[in-house]
Design a protein around this ligand. Structure first.
Ligand SMILES: [Zn+2]
Length: 180
């Protein structure tokens, strides 16, 4: 996903953080004459498609930019030292108060997190999880504007904050069709 109006993350770093000299060459990696090298690798993030016994999925409307007011699913950045599964469980609990059981890996997709004028490269990893029902959801108002449950095929791709989320939902629906 490209954001032409946002600066690539490697362009946002103009000086060597070790010696303070201006970069001689733009791009990735930052390679300084002092010997310092830094590779601008993507950050890891997760999202979980949580379904109930009727096959409906929990969607959230984002309270924060990027994509404020647009749709997503419980998820977020992987913290240092965490596995993807741990991040998925933590985010689901923080955002909607859900304690997830077994997680099944679905698919990954690249993403760009456009924030403060910079487009940070991200790799999103998606999981699925099942719950009996969605009773007792308590959303965190600082992150979630509201939430709803819907059949995944009824949610439009353009309503998602991130293309990667729409791709995960499409993949999920395609797998369901193939499993029938
Ligand atoms: Zn340097």
């Amino acid at each position: 996903m490209r954001h032409p109006e946002f600066q690539p993350v490697e362009a946002a770093f103009q000086y060597c953080p070790r010696c303070g000299k201006a970069r001689e060459e733009a791009g990735n990696p930052l390679a300084c004459a002092c010997g310092f090298r830094y590779f601008f690798n993507p950050a890891g993030a997760v999202g979980t498609l949580v379904s109930d016994a009727d096959g409906r999925i929990l969607f959230i409307r984002r309270e924060r930019d990027p994509g404020k007011g647009k749709l997503g699913m419980p998820g977020g950045f992987i913290d240092p030292g965490e596995s993807g599964e741990e991040a998925a469980r933590r985010e689901a609990y923080e955002e909607v108060g859900l304690t997830l059981g077994a997680l099944t890996y679905l698919i990954s997709h690249d993403n760009a997190y456009a924030y403060g004028g910079v487009a940070y490269q991200v790799t999103d990893f998606f999981y699925t999880a099942k719950v009996e029902c969605f009773e007792g959801i308590e959303s965190d108002a600082s992150e979630v504007q509201d939430w709803f449950i819907a059949r995944p095929e009824d949610v439009k791709a353009e309503d998602f904050a991130f293309e990667s989320n729409a791709f995960a939902v499409e993949t999920y629906v395609r797998n369901l069709v193939n499993a029938d």
